[in-house]
Design a protein around this ligand. Structure first.
Ligand code: ACO
Length: 320
């Protein structure tokens, strides 16, 4: 499998750390020093569907594939206003697609999970061209009366078109049950038989524990996938890691003893956009010519659950 088209979209509204400090007990210096995040884009006038469509249309256009030739749509999304239909179903008609679709919730590792599934579909001949859309609005499940989580996230969407080719070399996915470290709970309707008094709880996070799990599990994944492919950290040209926190990336980089230039970041501008983050990074780097033809990339992401995903691929240049 190889990536033949990329796209991304961000909300117009840019929110700085100082703007947050206007109504939360926080500061630009705390957020910047603890996370590396300076601004994030938050949905205000647009919808998540608008972002997803914009990213998907850009990916389809850059791939050169016609919408009617896309034979699967995989949508990575943690939560949006609709529980049903799936976000994929909502996107099909406006994109001019007529193909099966489903949503996948792999938290922030959802894009890597989607790529792994797409790779299996291509290998088994179930599909030839697959559109993957990662669209996330984490701002809509944070508690905006508290400073702990709301300052970390941003909204955004990314899309990739994948097709047969010599690109992806290997995947490594993991999952474990750690509900307590990071969760967002939505209340469901009462029934005559079940009146459980369960309230919606905006995102609850044990930041220190997520930080620890993120660093240890990503290091473990990267070490394992490199070893399995008889590679060392030096064989990777760029590490495209989940953009949650600059210090998490820095801890992983130090373990790998690799130079900082190999770890491009954009969380400083967009915050943590959940499963869209690596896709937005790929799109930006590719469109600005920073992904060289033949470059070896390593993707690594972690998220609530606790799930992680890593992949190694050789990049093929896309002409936009
Ligand atoms: N502004 C100011 N102070 C704050 C803020 C804030 N926004 N948030 C917390 N604090 C305070 C706390 O109340 C606490 O105060 P106390 O010491 O008086 O109790 C203190 O800052 C916490 O300090 P530390 O624990 O030292 O903070 P730390 O260096 O661990 O940074 C952070 C916290 C940024 C949350 C870090 O732990 C982290 O990034 N964890 C990972 C989070 C993450 O990546 N989540 C998403 C992953 S999965 C996904 O992407 C969906």
């Amino acid at each position: 499998m190889k990536i033949t088209g990329t796209g991304s979209a961000l909300p117009e509204k840019v929110v700085t750390n100082d703007m947050l400090a206007g109504f939360l007990d926080t500061s630009d210096s705390w957020i910047t020093s603890r996370t590396g995040i300076r601004t994030r884009h938050l949905l205000s006038t647009e919808t998540l569907t608008d972002l997803a469509l914009k990213a998907a249309n850009a990916a389809i256009a850059s791939s050169g594939v016609q919408p009617e030739d896309i034979d699967y749509l995989i949508c990575s999304n943690v939560a949006n206003s609709y529980v049903s239909p799936s976000l994929g179903s909502i996107l099909l008609a406006p994109l001019g697609l007529c193909c099966p679709t489903f949503d996948l919730n792999g938290a922030c590792a959802g894009l890597v999970y989607s790529l792994d599934i797409a790779d299996s579909f291509l290998k088994t001949g179930r599909a030839k061209n697959i559109l993957i859309v990662a669209a996330e609005e984490p701002s809509r499940f944070c508690n905006w009366h508290e400073r702990e989580t709301s300052v970390l996230f941003g909204d955004g969407a990314a899309a990739l078109v994948v097709t047969e080719g010599e690109g992806f070399k290997d995947f490594l996915l993991t999952a474990d049950t750690h509900t307590e470290v990071l969760y967002y709970k939505r209340s469901l309707e009462e029934t005559p038989y079940d009146r459980l008094d369960e309230k919606t709880e905006p995102l609850v996070m044990n930041g220190r524990e997520v930080f620890r799990l993120a660093v240890t599990s990503c290091i473990d994944d990267i070490d394992k996938i490199l070893e399995k492919n008889n590679m060392s950290g030096h064989d990777i040209d760029l590490y495209l890691l989940h953009q949650a926190n600059f210090r998490i990336i820095e801890s992983i980089r130090q373990h790998l003893e690799q130079p900082r230039e190999k770890f491009p970041t954009n969380m400083q501008n967009y915050g943590n956009t959940s499963s869209a983050s690596i896709g937005i990074l790929i799109d930006e780097l590719s469109r600005t010519g920073q992904l060289k033809d033949g470059a070896t990339l390593l993707l690594s992401a972690f998220g609530g659950g606790f799930v992680t995903g890593a992949a190694i691929l050789k990049w093929s240049q896309i002409n936009y």
